[in-house]
Ligand binder design. Structure first.
Ligand code: ACO
Length: 335
């Protein structure tokens, strides 16, 4: 039997401070009505000045480990998807590893902006499938509000901070004798990541980027976006990724139980739902209260789906994202 990567834990963290649309409208020319109508966002969380991306990541990781019933020592691979690292180097994953007290295996970052979590998930799945690693923490963590120009109403209303993490365990093959497997072998046989699909097209870098960087301006820069162009690309490319990943798995898109999208804009999500003949009740959405948390949004939404009892073991779940690069991706898994 091939080795499967099973999600055995999911944890999240959101900073305490909530920034409402109303509050944003006190310092930039916008309104709660405009933001809600165009994006579905009501409020977002903002990290405290002394909270770094690694702090958010560690809290999400600890919650995921608790959910899995594991200790940090049980982990031998950490991948952090982030666009907002603590430092230019080392990787935020190395800082997270130290803070968690993990001393085995490897830890590194992945940068695919809002698609980062699926890029990281797909990478971890391949590391586990190789048999070289047994249990991975895949974390999406962002202090994305630090990249915002708070005078630019076209971008500052969209984003928030947060973190989410999956614990992935290699099961099946000759490795991965797990607690879950012994307790529920029959179900676990079918659980895990089924397929992933990753794409990048760097020709569209101008649609969405940050106007600063170490080797160019030596500054961090701010988010620049041609929002309506990104919007148009998003529905097409996300739909394409979802159809492709399902075709690769030989599972019709309409067979999925839950759709857990990257939370960029409610209208993008509903456009995809319509295009693929899904039902709006299948969508797990957190956008109203979290905004776009970039690489963190998918595990944050996945946890919401677990918490309200929608996502149950054995359910077919489809994840998707699109972000700067452009990058876009989809993953199909059995919860
Ligand atoms: N409040 C009020 N008016 C605004 C605001 C605001 N916050 N922002 C823009 N406007 C105005 C514009 O100035 C424009 O005014 P004009 O007609 O007088 O010129 C008008 O609203 C329409 O602007 P559009 O940009 O065409 O508005 P649109 O309906 O496209 O909505 C939005 C903008 C929400 C940004 C949308 O385009 C979008 O969601 N795009 C995709 C975002 C996305 O998916 N990003 C990818 C992930 S992010 C990542 O990877 C980092």
């Amino acid at each position: 039997m091939t080795i499967k990567s099973v999600v055995i834990g999911c944890g999240t963290y959101l900073p305490e401070r909530i920034l409402t649309n109303k509050e944003i409208s006190t310092f930039v020319d916008t309104s709660d009505e405009w933001i809600q109508e165009r994006t579905g966002i009501k409020e977002r969380h903002v990290a405290a000045d002394d909270e770094k991306t690694s702090d958010l990541a560690v809290k999400a990781a600890q919650a995921a480990l608790n959910d899995a019933g594991l200790k940090a020592d049980d982990i031998d691979l950490i991948i952090v998807a982030t666009t907002t690292p603590d430092l230019t180097f080392p990787a935020t994953a190395a800082i997270v590893q130290a803070k968690l007290g993990v001393s085995e295996g490897a830890a590194f970052d992945i940068q695919a902006v809002c698609s980062g979590f699926i890029f990281a998930l797909s990478t971890a799945e391949k590391f586990l499938a190789s048999g070289q690693h047994k249990r991975a923490l895949v974390i999406g963590a962002e202090t994305f509000t630090r990249l915002l120009d708070w005078n630019d109403r076209a971008t500052c209303v969209l984003f928030g901070d947060g973190a989410g993490a999956f614990v992935l365990e290699a099961q099946g093959g000759n490795s991965g004798q797990s607690r879950n497997q012994t307790s529920n072998q029959a179900t676990n046989h079918h659980r895990g990541i089924i397929e992933t699909y990753l794409r990048t097209d760097g020709r569209m870098v101008d649609l969405l980027y940050v106007d600063g960087g170490v080797s160019s301006t030596k500054t961090t820069g701010h988010v620049k976006m041609q929002g309506n162009k990104v919007f148009r690309e998003a529905v097409t490319r996300i739909s394409e990724a979802m159809v492709t990943v399902c075709e690769k798995a030989n599972i019709p898109v309409t067979d999925i139980d839950w759709f857990v999208p990257h939370q960029a804009n409610e209208r993008i999500i509903l456009g995809v739902v319509k295009k693929l003949s899904l039902r709006t009740e299948q969508v797990v959405s957190t956008i109203a209260h979290q905004g776009n948390t970039s690489a963190a949004s998918i595990p944050l939404a996945y946890r919401a789906g677990l918490d309200d009892g929608r996502i149950k073991p054995g359910d077919l779940v489809l994840l998707e994202a699109l972000g700067g690069g452009l990058t876009w991706a989809a993953a199909l898994l059995r919860a």
